[in-house]
Design a protein around this ligand. Structure first.
Ligand code: HDD
Length: 750
């Protein structure tokens, strides 16, 4: 009965609409003007929307500017429903012909549930598949006002951002701490349109022209026959390519340096890599390179830590970012620019600004801070946000434009194209994480998964039916392409002569490193080439190293057991080193770092409490480690000797001397088979020896001090904080941690 009355109601509504549409227009009402053949020159009232048309959905990731109820955005309420909102009684059993009978084809709930599951995955990114994102806010300093008209750079202007960090080579499920470049992509939801700064943690790139991108990626990805190795460059095809294609040598050197294994996303620099063009309110232009400077400083893992973490905690970077944000240790970066006059040559101090394998040392072009980014919220849903976020170097607000860097030019094509592959629809920009926060008034229509219910009759221009809207904006608010002079030239497939210098800056980088950082680079090359099977590949790469620096080449050759080739005739410039490239020698804030505290029931438990509070007060995370879970003298144990490995901690405090458990298996000496168990639990010995080897700060007092003494760790050694007073020990420990590593220990070891 009710069905019949509903149907009657609906029929009535349709009749009402039809009647309204047939009414003659009221004179003077919108849409009643006589038709004109002329293109409107100013906005007029558009035709009134049809009764069932709404405005395009403008929900944003932050919920701003929305008239859609929050409930519509996710799972809500107590009762399970189908995708269409019908409540369900049972989702645990399929509909069968009897409890033991076959499943019925008519089970529409089963079909919907399994169909949706079957389609849960979208193709992973062809590069940068493994990543993690976070929300935040960017605040402009106003320092770039003279150079750039983009409003979001204005003093005090706050702009929501979403950042995704990534590795390049690995699949979505690969480990975080592999040796690789890291992506650092930022989406600024500015009031004038979205700006995507799609950068890396290294300022240079492997190739000078985007047409080579498939080549470098094919070479670096796993071998096509075995799909081995995952997420790393330590294999023949990679070194085959970079040794033949020597413009990749500079970027490769950065990969082999400690920058290739960051301690955390929070301690990475970011670089826009290319030179961009800023435009000010008068239309004057400046060439710039963008930099992100982490407040916590640049800090890396050691290679052994990175390798251990790949097994012990493959989500190390993802977890670190998430935990820090949850704990309120919001990571921050200053956005900075290096500014260069926009001359026809587009060079600075002889460095070609259009060559993405070159960077400009900070010593000759200081980085000027222009704003601060704070990441302060984790995604609510990984897939919806971190996976579906879609960056594009062509997302530019008025005031920021591209240059003719041939790598950037190819990227302008690639990023849109790849999103079509990932999303299967040109409407990926309508997904909440990708929606601009600026009002959108495009004439793009329809397509797969259209979310907008567009009003109006005329998504074209010129039109008269929608009152002439949308109009072209004035030059004061619109994105204006900079009318750069293009030199009269022939169409050629060629690079400029300056692009031929492949080694000078690799040499500059090598010579800017401290001894210990150079040692790490040598080991990284030796490791990676040592994983190659092809002798010719190793030998050719040694020749490239010989062109960069004879000493570097000799050391790697020694490790490989190959003769060091003599440098060939390639002319390589000796540029001044750039000390700013080194991580060594500076002290940084400690927010969000982790301190492991080894406790023992017989140790100073009051001191442990004081140490824990000091660690927390310093904005860090104390993790109490004991033989077993539960409590030790009222202190909650967070890790046991079984679950703790040194790689999780930035420093270790020892507040006791835990003896081997009475029921522990005796340690046998490998050669003699004798019981070699010492006075200290062997798992604590392992923890401390690893912390020592990785040059981490180690502190102890009381019984803990004696335990360290037994291992040969003494007060006068670098990065060691020993004493009787827990407060003094903790203060010394923090000071050592600020330096990130006790660097001298590496050299002692070497
Ligand atoms: Fe790229 C993704 C950074 C050169 C083609 N790239 C991608 C991401 C970052 C970069 C951070 C991940 C974005 C995300 O988190 O979703 N790419 C760079 C940098 C480059 C660079 C700093 C050089 C300076 N890229 C580059 C070239 C091409 C591409 C030359 C192609 C010609 N990049 C892509 C892509 C990806 C991508 C295939 C894969 C997934 C995506 O775009 O959205 O289009």
């Amino acid at each position: 009965k009710s069905m019949t009355s509903k149907a009657a109601q609906a029929a009535g509504k349709v009749a009402d609409k039809a009647e309204k549409l047939m009414e003659p227009p009221v004179p003077g009402a919108p849409g009643s003007e006589p038709p004109s053949l002329e293109e409107p020159t100013e906005p007029r009232e558009p035709l009134p929307p049809k009764p069932d048309q709404g405005a395009p959905d403008r929900r944003t990731p932050t919920g701003a500017d929305t008239d859609v109820p929050a409930e519509a955005m996710g799972q809500q309420g107590a009762y399970l429903t189908t995708a269409q909102g019908a409540r369900l009684r049972d989702t645990d059993h399929s509909l069968k012909a009897g409890p033991r009978g076959p499943t019925l084809l008519q089970d529409h709930h089963l079909r919907e549930k399994v169909m949706h599951f079957d389609h849960e995955r979208i193709p992973e990114r062809v590069v940068h598949a493994r990543g993690a994102g976070a929300h935040g806010v960017f605040e402009g300093y106003g320092a770039a006002d003279d150079l750039c008209r983009a409003a979001f750079l204005g003093k005090g202007v706050e702009t929501p951002v979403f950042v995704r960090f990534s590795t390049v080579l690995g699949s979505r499920g690969s480990a975080d701490t592999v040796r690789d470049t890291r992506g650092f992509a930022t989406k600024f939801y500015t009031a004038e349109g979205t700006f995507d700064l799609v950068g890396n943690n290294m300022p240079v790139f492997f190739i000078q022209d985007g047409i080579k991108f498939p080549d470098i990626v094919h070479a670096a990805k796993p071998h096509p026959d075995r799909e081995i190795p995952q997420a790393q460059s330590a294999h023949d095809t990679f070194w085959d390519f970079v040794s033949l294609h020597t413009e990749a040598q500079h970027h490769t050197m950065w990969n082999m340096s400690d920058r290739g294994i960051p301690r955390s996303y929070r301690t990475m620099e970011g670089f826009g890599v290319h030179t961009f063009r800023l435009v000010n309110a008068e239309g004057a232009t400046t060439l710039v390179k963008f930099h992100w400077k982490p407040r916590l400083g640049v800090h890396s893992l050691t290679w052994e830590e990175a390798q251990m973490l790949n097994g012990i905690d493959p989500d190390f970077h993802r977890r670190d970012l998430y935990d820090a944000i949850e704990a309120g240790a919001f990571p921050q970066w200053e956005l900075g620019i290096q500014a260069f006059p926009d001359t026809p040559e587009q060079t600075f101090e002889g460095i070609d600004l259009l060559d993405p394998t070159k960077f400009v040392p900070e010593e000759i072009a200081p980085v000027q801070p222009i704003g601060l980014m704070t990441l302060n919220a984790n995604p609510t849903n990984f897939f919806a946000e971190s996976e579906q976020v879609a960056f594009h170097v062509g997302h530019l607000p008025p005031g920021i434009d591209v240059t003719d860097d041939p790598l950037l030019q190819a990227r302008l094509f690639s990023y849109l194209d790849t999103q079509l592959n990932r999303f299967g629809s040109a409407n990926f920009g309508q997904i909440p994480i990708n929606r601009p926060h600026a009002p959108v008034n495009d004439m793009l229509r329809d397509g797969y998964m259209q979310q907008g219910v567009h009003a109006g009759a005329a998504p074209y221009r010129p039109n008269s039916l929608d009152g002439g809207c949308p109009f072209h904006a004035g030059t004061d608010t619109a994105f204006l392409d900079v009318p750069v002079q293009v030199p009269a030239a022939s169409k050629v497939r060629e690079a400029p002569a300056s692009f031929a210098d492949h080694f000078s800056q690799a040499r500059l980088f090598w010579r800017s490193m401290t001894t210990v950082e150079q040692e790490h680079i040598v080991r990284a090359y030796t490791f990676e080439l040592g994983k190659c099977y092809e002798q010719a590949v190793k030998e050719r790469q040694l020749r490239a190293l010989a062109a960069i620096d004879a000493d570097l080449c000799a050391q790697v050759a020694l490790g490989l057991g190959l003769p060091a080739p003599a440098p060939d005739a390639t002319e390589v410039l000796d540029m001044d080193p750039s000390p700013a490239l080194s991580q060594v020698g500076r002290s940084w804030p400690l927010d969000g770092r982790t301190v492991g505290i080894v406790v023992d029931a017989d140790g100073d438990l009051e001191g442990v409490d004081a140490a824990r509070r000091a660690v927390l007060a310093a904005g860090m995370v104390p993790l109490v480690i004991a033989a077993r879970g539960g409590e030790v003298g009222g202190t909650t144990v967070q890790r046991t000797f079984l679950t703790a490995r040194s790689v999780e901690y930035d420093a270790v405090l020892v507040a006791g001397a835990p003896a081997p458990a009475p029921d522990a298996m005796p340690l046998r000496d490998a050669k003699s088979g004798a019981d070699s168990t010492g006075a200290l639990d062997p798992r604590v010995v392992l923890l401390l020896s690893e912390a020592w080897r990785h040059a981490k700060a180690i502190g102890a007092w009381g019984a803990g001090r004696e335990a360290l003494g037994a291992l040969g760790i003494e007060a006068d050694q670098p990065g060691v904080a020993l004493g009787d007073d827990v407060d003094a020990v903790v203060a010394d420990l923090f000071e050592a941690m600020g330096l990130h590593r006790a660097w001298e220990r590496f050299m002692v070891e070497a």
